[in-house]
Design a protein around this ligand. Structure first.
Ligand code: NAX
Length: 326
């Protein structure tokens, strides 16, 4: 067997990680022949809970799980990792404005970015999950110039999966029949779920559903699904978010199937007029551990307007944290 892949996970005693770590240890990111080591980071008060998570990981006796480190020292967690999954962040508290959350969480990502810059491997693959995910990834990128900027990404795969599920339900199809879904933009309610190129069992989705449904029902349902889950369960999506992270990383590492793509928030290369460097969700294909933005789709005027509105929100978020962009 090969050397273990080292994976750092922050916020490792939280809700998302309680679903995610067991999947990673089972080989769901790097595949069934690749051992993994977990380097788990928490804030000091949560270390007891993190030890309990480690006890359960031990008790699963996963054949691929080589080693588990639990720490409150980001340097220990981020040293020499092949992948870093930044899940830990503060949730929005009562009376807190979105911009307060951005500033508070932004500080976590500037500090972790600087430490990753110091101790991380330059080709380490990063996905930011903690919200606001795109802007936190942007802050991390600005603070970690030694890390390949292409490798700093944010999670919109949960939104992508939600969109597939909604289209499958509407067309009475199986989720496995759906290809070429797109999520453009920010992981927020300004995101743009787009079925323009989607197929359902080989047929164009746009021939199966009407435009009014696609614009007035599908887009808001997907974009507000996170809030609907909070209403239903009293806390934010955890198992489905964990699944989204595993899917995001597995596609990146193992590749996407021929004839399909996935959505990932990655540094823009200027495609579709989106400012270069902004962390923005695009359709991408993955191969040999790298991704390529699909840059030649013809977007409708209506979608372009929404895509630019999502970019404008990212610009506003960036203005709020400009002090953190060293
Ligand atoms: P939890 O509150 O259950 O867990 C977060 C954990 O992070 C806690 O254990 C906390 O102690 C830890 N933490 C806080 N600051 C830390 C720091 N500086 N270093 C290390 N650990 C730290 O939240 P959970 O449900 O797991 O959600 C985590 C984040 O994911 C939240 O920001 C949430 O908003 C975000 N989400 C993002 C999604 C996406 O698709 N991008 C979807 C789900 C989720 O809403």
């Amino acid at each position: 067997m090969s050397e273990p892949k080292r994976i750092a996970v922050t916020g490792a005693a939280g809700q998302i990680c309680y679903s995610m770590l067991f999947r990673i240890a089972n080989g769901d990111i790097y595949g069934p022949d690749q051992p993994v080591s977990l380097q788990l980071l928490e804030i000091t008060p949560a270390l007891g809970l993190l030890e309990a998570v480690k006890m359960e990981l031990d008790d699963c006796a996963f054949p691929l799980l080589h080693d588990v480190v639990c720490t409150d020292d980001p340097k220990v967690a981020l040293t020499d990792v092949d992948a870093a999954l930044f899940v830990g962040a503060k949730p929005r508290g009562p009376g807190m404005e979105r911009k307060d959350l951005i500033s508070d969480n932004g500080k976590i990502f500037s500090s972790l970015g600087q430490i990753l810059n110091e101790v991380g491997s330059p080709e380490c693959k990063v996905v930011v999950v903690g919200n606001p995910a795109n802007t936190n990834a942007y802050i991390l990128k600005a603070n970690a110039p030694n890390i390949n900027p292409r490798n700093i990404t944010a999670l919109t795969r949960l939104d992508h999966n939600r969109a597939i599920s909604q289209l499958a339900a509407k067309t009475d199809a199986k989720v496995s029949d759906i290809t070429k879904m797109v999520i453009w933009g920010n992981h927020s309610t300004t995101q743009v779920p787009d079925i323009t190129w989607a197929t359902v069992d080989g047929k164009a989705a746009t021939d199966l559903v009407d435009t009014a449904w696609a614009h007035d029902t599908f887009i808001p349902t997907v974009a507000k699904r996170g809030a609907a889950v909070i209403d239903a369960r009293g806390s934010s999506s955890a198992a489905s978010a964990a699944n989204g992270v595993v899917d995001h990383m597995a596609s990146w590492v193992q590749g996407t199937p021929d004839g399909d793509w996935v959505s990932m928030a990655v540094p823009s290369d200027g495609s579709y007029g989106i400012e270069e460097g902004l962390i923005y969700s695009f359709p991408v294909t993955c191969k040999d551990g790298d991704y390529t933005i699909i840059d030649d789709l013809t977007v409708t005027d209506a979608m372009k307007e929404k895509m630019l509105a999502s970019q404008a929100e990212l610009h506003e978020e960036r203005d709020t944290v400009k002090d953190l962009l060293s």
